[in-house]
Design a protein around this ligand. Structure first.
Ligand SMILES: Nc1ncnc2c1ncn2[C@@H]1O[C@H](COP(=O)(O)OP(=O)(O)O)[C@@H](O)[C@H]1O
Ligand SMILES: [Mg+2]
Length: 285
């Protein structure tokens, strides 16, 4: 087993055994722009990892490389023991094991909630109607929406639609779940119900990789927080440590902006106005 280090500290070897997701040396560029510059990350079975970082830092690209919605330039991605970056892999079979929840829910507007959940089960997994419907009912109960089984997405709130999207992903019996800013498109009063469902899922032992700006969720539900900036992991560790006592200035600056955007903007403007040199930004290129 190779002993790799990050920032001089050895990575916890406990996360190597039973890794549900293992990413090694992942690079991805769009044109000439490097977006991921060598990501090494392991997510253990049942672990919840929150990925935080500024807009454009590569968070979505990282998640999309994990289920091959983007093809990495170099590097290795292993999910549940299957190397999905192996050119000979059955990518459809590999993808079935990975549930993904997006910022925008991507429900079929012309299908009711049940049909949104049963269609992919029947098409992709070949389940018969009764089996798919039974699974749909159970998953809807799990996200607290059993009473909306026959509603159309357009009649649901954003929070309810996102819970349906989570139920749809769960209906496929994924081994890992990836969430890309699942609450960012929601009105603030609807965020809590979606986070509550995610928290429960985490409590049930689901392996989760969650890109989010919800630091409260990260602190409570995440086993580990990974801060990404400029396509690199700048620091990672237990949620309370990374969010509460960040070690790197780039992390601190990001958290200031996220936790108190008004104060951070005011401070930045004041610094600019007085001409005092603040820590230079860390934008790539
Ligand atoms: N399909 C694409 N083609 C070209 N550039 C892209 C594509 N997807 C993302 N990018 C660029 O890659 C960088 C990282 O994007 P992204 O992974 O979406 O960041 P984040 O999710 O952290 O905001 C951005 O500069 C973005 O413009
Ligand atoms: Mg993104």
């Amino acid at each position: 087993m190779t002993q790799r280090t990050r920032g001089g500290r050895p990575m916890a070897s406990s996360t190597v055994r039973g890794a549900a997701i293992r990413i090694r040396g992942l690079h991805k560029s769009f044109g000439n722009e490097p977006v991921l510059r060598g990501i090494d990350l392991e997510v253990a079975e049942g672990e919840v990892v929150c990925v935080i970082g500024p807009s454009g830092s590569g968070k979505s690209t990282l998640l999309r490389c994990v289920n091959l919605l983007e093809e990495p330039d170099t590097g290795e991605v292993v999910v549940g023991g299957t190397e999905i970056t192996d050119p000979d892999v059955d990518i459809d079979a590999a993808r079935r094991r990975i549930g993904m929840v997006f910022q925008h829910f991507h429900l079929f507007p012309h299908l009711d909630v049940t049909a949104n959940l049963t269609l992919p089960q029947r098409r992709v997994l070949g389940r018969d109607r009764a089996h798919a419907a039974a699974v749909a009912r159970e998953r809807l109960e799990r996200v607290g929406l059993a009473d909306k089984a026959h509603a159309y997405p357009g009649r649901l709130s954003g929070g309810q639609q996102q819970r349906v999207a989570i139920a749809r992903a769960l209906a496929m019996d994924p081994e890992v779940m990836l969430f890309d800013e699942p609450t960012s498109a929601l009105d603030p009063e609807l965020v809590g119900e979606v986070l509550a469902v995610m928290r429960e899922l985490a409590g049930d032992g689901m392996t989760m990789m969650v890109v989010t700006h919800e630091m409260g969720f990260a602190r409570e539900a995440a086993d580990r927080v990974v801060f990404l900036d400029g396509g690199e992991i700048v620091e990672q560790g237990p949620a309370a440590r990374v969010v509460g006592e960040p070690r790197h200035e780039r992390t601190r600056a990001f958290l200031r902006r996220v936790l108190d955007p008004v104060a951070a903007t005011t401070a930045a403007e004041a610094a600019e106005g007085s001409g005092s040199g603040r820590t230079p930004g860390s934008s790539p290129g």
